[in-house]
Design a protein around this ligand. Structure first.
Ligand code: UDP
Length: 325
């Protein structure tokens, strides 16, 4: 197949490109490098089946030119990361919602299949775990939920085009981690804890650390994504992609210390110190995976310990190789 990956130099996008190329596909990639990094795809640039362009999705003629060449668009480009979207709601909605609408209009015109990468964040602070795809989405006061709203609105747009007959599938990712994840203050907790650990800093647990997540190794996410993009049965569906192991953030910190065999320290910080005064955390986030299991044959394979070990090894090598993390 000929595939277009938006956000190709990002964390998930770059792993997806590798997997699609390994599967014998031709891959066109676009990334504006606002968050994605060229080093994530450097090893692919010499692959004769990979065609990468630095550019923005706001450049509609570029998108049109690339979309014409392919059978399917994996739409991964987005503003992600709690701190990032809290700081910049305009960009979050512009990129995640408005640019998705432009892309969908173009896909409709050109009759191209779309896979939209959405997020478990759309369930908001619902307490009805595990989250089924059709579950209520529960948001709180204005000012905190713009990422959830931006992706949820984009899902509405996707569903509209799917109802009109566009072949389209939506996947919702649950706390993805692994090599190449952003380990800056704008990244997820696993990458941040590993960076802190390898820099001999204490692991900063927010609140009392009882909030829980189901961390999903990148390899499982990418396998599920490619299955979702390939199987006609998935068209018109929304599918959770995650893992089954629910773990509190405090326990996660302990597992990371254990797996790394480094004697690190754990400290507790109020959420407000990191996110500002109006932040509201999600107490539990757990996927119901039965739809993905049934439709895609999806089963997460990589255990948390194994995934953490591989991720820690990768960051260790990176730091060893470049002298910085
Ligand atoms: N978290 C933490 N310490 C950090 C970064 C995050 O305790 O240095 C917590 C955060 O408050 C949240 C959980 O880890 O409860 C997961 O945060 P992340 O940003 O990875 O993703 P989220 O699931 O909140 O979208």
């Amino acid at each position: 197949m000929n595939c277009l990956v938006t956000g190709a130099a990002g964390f998930v996008g770059s792993h997806l490109c590798s997997r699609l190329l390994d599967g014998g596909n031709k891959v066109w990639g676009i990334d504006d490098l606002s968050k994605g990094k060229l080093e994530n795809i450097e090893h692919l640039l010499t692959n004769p089946s990979f065609f990468f362009t630095v550019g923005s999705l706001a450049d509609e003629s570029l998108l049109f030119e690339k979309m014409q060449k392919v059978d399917i668009v994996y739409h991964m480009a987005a503003v992600v990361g709690v701190k990032q979207y809290a700081e910049d709601p305009v960009k979050t909605i512009e990129v995640n919602t408005c640019q998705t609408l432009s892309l969908l209009k173009m896909a409709w015109q050109l009759k191209k299949k779309v896979l939209f990468a959405s997020t478990s964040e759309v369930y908001g602070k619902s307490r009805e775990v595990p989250f089924k795809e059709e579950a209520d989405q529960v948001y709180g006061a204005a000012g905190r939920w713009c990422y959830a709203v931006s992706k949820s609105a984009a899902e509405h747009l996707c569903l509209h085009y799917a109802r009109q007959g566009l072949p389209l599938v939506i996947v919702r990712y649950f706390n993805v981690y692994g090599p190449k994840a952003d380990n800056s203050a704008y990244g997820g907790v696993v990458a941040r804890f590993i960076k802190q650990l390898l820099s001999n800093e204490p692991l900063t647990v927010h609140g009392d650390g009882s909030q829980s997540r189901c961390f999903t190794y990148i390899e499982d996410i990418v396998r599920g994504t490619v299955e979702a993009g390939s199987r006609p049965e998935a068209e018109g569906k929304i599918l959770n992609l995650g893992s089954r192991r629910e773990i509190s953030i405090l326990e996660l910190a302990h597992v990371i210390l254990q797996v790394s065999e480094i004697k690190g320290e754990i400290i507790f910080l109020p959420h407000s110190e990191f996110y500002g005064p109006n932040y509201e955390d999600i107490p539990r986030r757990v996927p119901d995976l039965s739809a993905a299991e049934q439709i895609l044959g999806y089963h997460p394979r990589v255990s948390l310990e194994d995934g953490l070990q591989r991720t820690i090894n990768w960051y260790r090598q990176k730091i060893g190789g470049s002298g910085n993390g």
